[in-house]
Design a protein around this ligand. Sequence first.
Ligand code: NAG
Ligand code: NAG
Ligand code: NAG
Ligand code: NAG
Ligand code: NAG
Ligand code: NAG
Ligand code: NAG
Ligand code: NAG
Ligand code: ZN
Length: 445
Amino acid sequence: MFAFLGLLVPLVALGACAPLQGISNRTKLLLVSFDGFRWNYDQDVDTPNLDAMARDGVKARYMTPPFTTQTSPCHFTLLTGKYIENHGVIHNMWFNASTGQKLPYYNTQRVSAWWDNGSLPIWITAQRQGLKTASLFFPGGNATYQGERVNVNKVEKLFHKYDNETEWRQNIDTVMKWFTEDGLDFVALYFGEPDSTGHKYGPESQKRKDMVSQVDRTVGYLRQRIKENMNSTLNLIITSDHGMEQVIKEDEIFLRTVKNFSFSDIKFELVDYGPLGLLEPKPGKLEQVYEALRQAHPKLHVYKKEDFPKRFHYANNTRVSPLVLYGDSGYVIHGRIKVQINKGEHGFDNEDINMKTIFRAVGPAFRRGLEVEPFESVNVYALLCELLEITPEPNDGSLEATQHMLVKNAGTRTISPLATWKLTWLLGFAAFLRFLTGIPCHVLL
Ligand SMILES: *[C@@H]1O[C@H](CO)[C@@H](O)[C@H](O)[C@H]1NC(C)=O
Ligand SMILES: *[C@@H]1O[C@H](CO)[C@@H](O)[C@H](O)[C@H]1NC(C)=O
Ligand SMILES: *[C@@H]1O[C@H](CO)[C@@H](O)[C@H](O)[C@H]1NC(C)=O
Ligand SMILES: *[C@@H]1O[C@H](CO)[C@@H](O)[C@H](O)[C@H]1NC(C)=O
Ligand SMILES: *[C@@H]1O[C@H](CO)[C@@H](O)[C@H](O)[C@H]1NC(C)=O
Ligand SMILES: *[C@@H]1O[C@H](CO)[C@@H](O)[C@H](O)[C@H]1NC(C)=O
Ligand SMILES: *[C@@H]1O[C@H](CO)[C@@H](O)[C@H](O)[C@H]1NC(C)=O
Ligand SMILES: *[C@@H]1O[C@H](CO)[C@@H](O)[C@H](O)[C@H]1NC(C)=O
Ligand SMILES: [Zn+2]
């Protein structure tokens, strides 16, 4: 008799009330990155739209990126929830230390073997769990992972102009169409600013401030379009990869001039790329090179890979060279000749306040008008998975870092699979009571 009821009750629940869809009311999710948006860029520019978003949602005081604070590595941490040494995208440039070959940022986007190094980005995990996803210019979006690609993928052309506000709005319109017409659940949208302007003119320049105004206008446009097209039933996260530091042009670190150091002792080098240096000395030369560089400059830190500070979670990866160098805040590393002319740079220590970046969120899942304490960007992935109601891959982050941002029962899984099962029975019981009494479900529950 009870076994029979056990079968009957859920069936009655489905037939009589059909409220079960409500359990998995997945809200769509848009992740936006404005590259190189330093945590305090909104403090010396009027940003009415970012301010409104903070009033309507959640704002972190700042967010701490992983080290090294470069674009592709930091974005891949957002997408995987792993520190850089654990996901393997250790540099913006693909390289092969055996052959000395290197590729710049743009070309590296197409080298799947660089990205697909044992960690799955959230696109693929979501797709495997039945969702549809897209990337618009997002770093990592143009690779295949274990043979799988992102469902919808827009890639910028070589030498793309990243600052075209008209195109930004077209891209937003494209994303709206993806959500409303093409049924996508998750989109990652990338803007190359204010990074480019911060590099070229420096983080304290008027040009950078103007670009932050452009970002703010774009946020206003985006939120307007979300209201119009999706009736605000979308969770929106606006974040970035790293901050920006004014480059110091006096007493620079210049390896060619270091006493007892010679590039003829080096098998592979990756320098002239901000403050990070990767060196592989020729066989038998490691100690000599290390000794020569160790005291070379008061602002230069030189480590054997195994001694690199563990707090960076950077060096424990086969791709990292035997010697790792980095410059203190503002000091970039020049190699043979000075080719670095940027006024602004990143890549520095992620504890440097100028490397900190933004995190903002708004939507049905988020509390309103809440400012939260800083947290590490390695935790964003767990939040994205929670919002999408998907099971995350193993990662270095935790939902605990962001859970307090969420309101209960609004587009997020506050119900565990086990609880869902119990709820099914509860609903079934309610339906059974309705069956007996004629009182509607929502009154009983
Ligand atoms: C689904 O979520 C949307 C947005 O959070 C909400 O407006 C709607 O009422 C929800 N529907 C159900 C059945 O819970
Ligand atoms: C690097 O190049 C060498 C020599 O061509 C090749 O054997 C090796 O597989 C390459 N490694 C990677 C990671 O591409
Ligand atoms: C990661 O890349 C390195 C070469 O750069 C390769 O030796 C290693 O097998 C790769 N690991 C995975 C899991 O793809
Ligand atoms: C990468 O982008 C190019 C150019 O848009 C495209 O042809 C290619 O299919 C993309 N690859 C993946 C894996 O998305
Ligand atoms: C900006 O983008 C729009 C739309 O794609 C295009 O028509 C225009 O030519 C672009 N402007 C510049 C300066 O590239
Ligand atoms: C938007 O949502 C509100 C509140 O949930 C609702 O009253 C309104 O009818 C919705 N508008 C449209 C166009 O769906
Ligand atoms: C350079 O090497 C020589 C010989 O090993 C040593 O005597 C000298 O102190 C070194 N100079 C510096 C600046 O390290
Ligand atoms: C380094 O990484 C390997 C996995 O690649 C891991 O087994 C090991 O525990 C790590 N070592 C440290 C010191 O973190
Ligand atoms: Zn960047």
